[in-house]
Design a binder for this molecule. Structure first.
Ligand SMILES: Cc1cc2nc3c(=O)[nH]c(=O)nc-3n(C[C@H](O)[C@H](O)[C@H](O)COP(=O)(O)OP(=O)(O)OC[C@H]3O[C@@H](n4cnc5c(N)ncnc54)[C@H](O)[C@@H]3O)c2cc1C
Length: 441
């Protein structure tokens, strides 16, 4: 039975970075990936990169089929580069195979041609990601029902698209397919959009999406799906209304990929949501087994997976001083148009936590750079603790929000007072100079 210093299941962001790092230090590493079309993981093959490429092209006015073609030309190059980054390293063996635990020590891998072998390792890292959680509704197996993975493989733009789910994947897809020219309706089970966001920000996002042509149905669930012709599918809602379109995107959340892994053969504990339970160093309850990325639960982003690698590295190489408790504020961006980014608390959340808050707000229509860009859309809000002067949160909806949020994160992570962003000399004319006003609370 072949033995390695480290065995990584899944070519995800944390796993591939850790593999390179360990190999650099002389460790013998096994990387097991079940799908050769997934070398490099979810982000580069089916998620962040292809969807943001399509989103970019949709807003630039590129025709759908051409954008899909550009995606199809770009992604294999990234995949190939990712594969060779690991496979060309003498200390790393990439196994083209599916892994499952036989027990806490042994992993069985089965390649696509059916060949099976067993491996052991000093440390085992589970980095198997997450997959779309499809609700068990009638008709969900229709060929006109898509996930985020399968829809972007379509070369013909659906004339009408129904999106089931109003989370960030649903809204990003609604934005881009609408921009490509589809008639898009989003079915949101809640009685409003983005209920965990500041209400004014959520309303601003909804307003911009509606201005662009996206329609919303709130407070209803998709109960059944039914093909009504070769090219049409009907969605029946909980109130029995129906929506007919050419394609349905199920943007119904993503669940940790823990099944098929043979975890029932081990003593590894799962959390209630079936993610792998880990401690602050990302160790499972079995001392030599770790879990990183989406599979360990919590926020599902490429940069959180990359940061999981930093947590593991800190424990492997040192005393684990950098761990999940020291991870500061996790920000996020929704690539709607314009983009929306958020960090920390909303004003309501901060008040609930007992803070006496001061709030800043900037309507970007008055901002010089917005006029330069000929794009007057957008709103920014900040939340500050009056007592300490600390920034508690910010929400940015406008051009470059996906970049600007990192500046707020830097200030928050390093406990800079809000006055640091308020009084900074920014260059001009740029979007970040709006922080002079945003933090003038
Ligand atoms: C449509 C969409 C858009 C997104 N956009 C963004 C974005 O803009 N920014 C962002 O930060 N995040 C985004 N995300 C989230 C991001 O893609 C994920 O959080 C991230 O890729 C997860 O990485 P990971 O390290 O957990 O593992 P993954 O990259 O998911 O890798 C897991 C790998 O494990 C393999 N695997 C699974 N089971 C086995 C097994 N038994 N044996 C062997 N191999 C196995 C899988 O084939 C896969 O390659 C998006 C997600 C989606 C779906």
């Amino acid at each position: 039975m072949a033995h390695f210093d480290a065995l990584i299941i899944g070519f995800g962001k944390a796993g591939k970075t850790l593999a390179g790092d360990l190999a650099e230090g002389g460790s013998k590493v096994a990387m097991i990936e079940k799908d050769p079309m997934m070398y490099g993981g979810t982000c580069i093959n089916i998620a962040c990169i292809p969807t943001k490429l399509l989103s970019h092209d949709s807003l630039a006015g590129v025709e759908y089929s051409q954008a899909v073609e550009r995606k199809n030309n770009t992604i294999p190059k990234l995949r190939d580069k990712n594969y060779h980054n690991l496979a060309d390293n003498d200390n790393i063996t990439v196994f083209d195979a599916e892994a499952r635990f036989l027990n806490d020590k042994e992993i069985e891998i089965e390649s696509q041609n059916g060949a099976v072998q067993q491996l052991t390792a000093d440390d085992i890292f589970i980095n198997t990601g997450a997959v779309t959680a499809l609700p068990p509704i009638e008709g969900v197996d229709s060929d006109k029902v898509f996930t985020s993975t399968s829809l972007i493989e379509e070369t013909v733009l659906p004339h009408k698209l129904t999106v089931v789910g109003g989370g960030y994947i649903g809204l990003e897809f609604a934005t881009m397919y609408n921009a490509f020219g589809s008639e898009v309706t989003v079915i949101v089970p809640e009685n409003g959009l983005l209920l965990s966001e500041d209400t004014e920000m959520a309303e601003a996002i909804q307003q911009e999406m509606e201005n662009a042509g996206v329609k919303f149905v709130f407070g209803e669930k998709a109960e059944a799906l039914e093909d009504v012709s070769d090219s049409e599918i009907k969605v029946t809602l909980s109130n029995k209304d129906t929506i007919t379109s050419n394609a349905v995107l199920m943007a119904t959340g993503r669940k940790p990929m823990t099944y098929g892994l043979g975890l029932e053969n081990t003593s590894i504990e799962l959390s209630e949501d079936k993610s792998v339970r880990v401690d602050k160093h990302l160790k499972t309850n079995v001392d030599h087994i770790w879990a990183m990325g989406d599979v360990k639960g919590g926020m599902q982003f490429t940069y959180t997976s990359l940061d999981d690698y930093r947590v593991v590295k800190s424990r492997l190489a040192d005393d684990g001083a950098y761990n999940m408790e020291s991870r500061a504020h996790t920000h996020y961006t929704m690539f709607v148009d314009p983009p929306y980014s958020r960090i920390g608390l909303t004003a309501d959340e901060a008040k609930e936590e007992g803070y006496d808050v001061a709030e800043g707000k900037v309507d970007l229509s008055g901002h010089p750079r917005a006029h330069v860009n000929n794009d007057l859309r957008g709103l920014s809000k900040s939340v500050v603790d009056k007592a300490s002067g600390k920034i508690l949160g910010a929400a940015l909806f406008g051009a470059n929000a996906e970049e600007l949020i990192n500046l707020v994160k830097l200030a928050m992570d390093h406990d800079l007072p809000y006055t640091a962003l308020r009084d900074m000399m920014y260059n001009h004319p740029v979007m970040s100079e709006s922080f002079n006003g945003l933090f003038n609370v």
